[in-house]
Design a protein. Structure first.
Length: 255
């Protein structure tokens, strides 16, 4: 996290010194570039929480979605086609509806109200996990099903059991599955509706980049909103670049 903050400060300094930027856009202590360059505590607290929530949600969604997608790809049962259609449809789950459903479950009068998770980062992770898991599961199913068509005869001849088939194909598809994880992260990082409902957008506790951008824009605090938008774009680019670099290095190492 500290490395990311230092990179963002360097980016802010480069942008602040850029000769092509109009002078009027850089005046005032409240400029978006100044917030990034000075390491504004409020801004970077929001960044840290956003990354924690989104990356945690992607991790949990991957632990659910990859095995579920592989299982659906390798098994044949009545209603399988309908299950695939439902899974693909769940990729477009309305975030506000999911947030409302989780709100009702976690509210004091709900069945899980005793857990006291409403308006906490944990509730936000749950909401994002539910939204991201279908994306990872659907993309994993398609990737592993394509591999299954290619390796079906070899695995059948080796008398490999269902669990080992799933493990083998997931491992073989590990580089391709990075795309599914990045798609899930993109959904999580851009999420607004569900986390506002279950998190409450509480300053210093459950406020993320996307909810803060919406709030600050409505309040007319455009410098902070623009600063958060810049940071969000840079983070998405950095994470995708890092994932691409790791994938290329792993592919070269694996031969």
């Amino acid at each position: 996290m500290r490395r990311l903050e230092s990179k963002l400060r360097v980016l802010g300094s480069l942008l602040a010194a850029a000769p092509w930027l109009p002078e009027s856009s850089m005046t005032g202590d409240d400029s978006a570039f100044h917030l990034v360059l000075s390491g504004d505590p409020g801004l970077f607290a929001i960044v840290r929480l956003s990354l924690l929530v989104s990356l945690s949600a992607v991790l949990f969604a991957a632990l659910i979605g990859v095995p579920a997608g592989a299982l659906l790809a390798l098994t044949r049962f009545r209603g399988r086609e309908a299950a695939i259609v439902v899974l693909n449809a769940m990729m477009g789950l309305p975030p506000v509806v999911i947030g409302l459903a989780i709100f009702l479950l976690l509210s004091r009068s709900g069945p899980l109200g005793s857990w006291s998770l409403l308006f906490t980062p944990q509730a936000m992770v749950i909401a994002q996990t539910i939204l991201v898991a279908p994306i990872i599961a659907a993309l994993s199913r398609q990737t592993i099903e394509d591999l299954w068509v290619e390796y079906r005869e070899e695995l059948a001849a080796m008398n490999v059991g269902p669990a080992r088939r799933i493990a083998t194909l997931v491992w073989d598809a590990r580089f391709s599955l990075v795309t599914a994880l990045l798609a899930g992260f993109g959904r999580a990082a851009a999420e607004v509706g569900a986390i506002i409902v279950v998190g409450g957008n509480i300053e210093g506790f459950t406020r993320t980049m996307t909810t803060a951008i919406a709030l600050e824009t409505s309040k007319g605090d455009l410098p902070l909103a623009v600063g958060l938008g810049m940071v969000l774009i840079v983070i998405v680019i950095l994470i995708n670049a890092l994932a691409w670099a790791v994938r290329r290095a792993a592919e070269q190492y694996a031969g």
